[in-house]
Design a binder for this molecule. Structure first.
Ligand SMILES: Cc1cc2nc3c(=O)[nH]c(=O)nc-3n(C[C@H](O)[C@H](O)[C@H](O)COP(=O)(O)O)c2cc1C
Length: 194
């Protein structure tokens, strides 16, 4: 039995539970995802909005043990320790130029962020969790993915899977295996100018 982790998040105002139910665990079971689950995750991402509907995101994913080991190599050691157990590792990329005009797309990263969040929320609907990671070597990831950094920004890595018993984590990771809180709304949103 995987222990329940109490979700002590209290929204300031009522909000759909999908937002507070999403959090970033590190203890992942290596139970594989089905092809249908994988397709559903990327389908959710596909419907994200984007500037000029350019859809500049790109996801490269690893599910075989060989590919997961290769993708893992690009992660920093601290992330490797837990993320290597997840049944799917993903790199989120953003194409730096609009596909039609080839002009620089300064919104690509914003759009790729929207797409990853759609994937993360869909993951919860499937009973899964998605944990984003910035801790990786961009150059190593580019080498593993065989992608040009002139064409793509490699934004983040993501581990996706089911939660597992936190006993498999290191002491410090186990202590943090719970949903994080948030700044007060008034600190991040306000009416009118600063
Ligand atoms: C772009 C991005 C990069 C992150 N990088 C890491 C990382 O390298 N390692 C890690 O353990 N967690 C990482 N996280 C997870 C965050 O620490 C986590 O989302 C944040 O503390 C909020 O907690 P919550 O997702 O549980 O709500 C990252 C999250 C995002 C969105």
């Amino acid at each position: 039995m995987i222990p329940q982790i109490p979700n002590e998040r209290v929204p300031e105002v009522e909000v759909d539970a999908i937002f507070t139910d999403r959090w970033s665990p590190r203890a992942f079971s290596d139970e594989p995802l089905s092809e249908e689950q994988i397709a559903t995750l990327f389908e959710a991402a596909r419907w994200a909005p984007s500037c000029f509907n350019d859809q500049p995101w790109h996801f490269r994913y690893a599910v075989s043990s060989d590919d997961r080991a290769r993708f893992s190599e690009a992660l920093v050691e601290k992330n490797q320790q837990w993320a290597q157990h997840a049944p799917m590792l993903v790199f989120v990329l953003a194409r730096k130029h609009f596909s039609k005009s080839e002009k620089p797309n300064r919104h690509a990263v914003f759009d790729a962020g929207a797409a990853w969040m759609s994937l993360a929320l869909q993951a919860r609907r499937l009973g899964l969790y998605a944990h984003g990671m910035a801790g990786f070597s961009v150059n190593k990831a580019a080498e593993v993915l065989n992608v040009s950094l002139d064409e793509y920004e490699i934004m983040a890595a993501v581990a996706v899977g089911r939660r597992d018993d936190p006993s498999k984590l290191s002491d410090d990771q186990r202590a943090n295996e719970k949903p994080n809180g948030r700044k007060p709304s008034a600190e991040v949103a306000g009416e009118g100018s600063f």
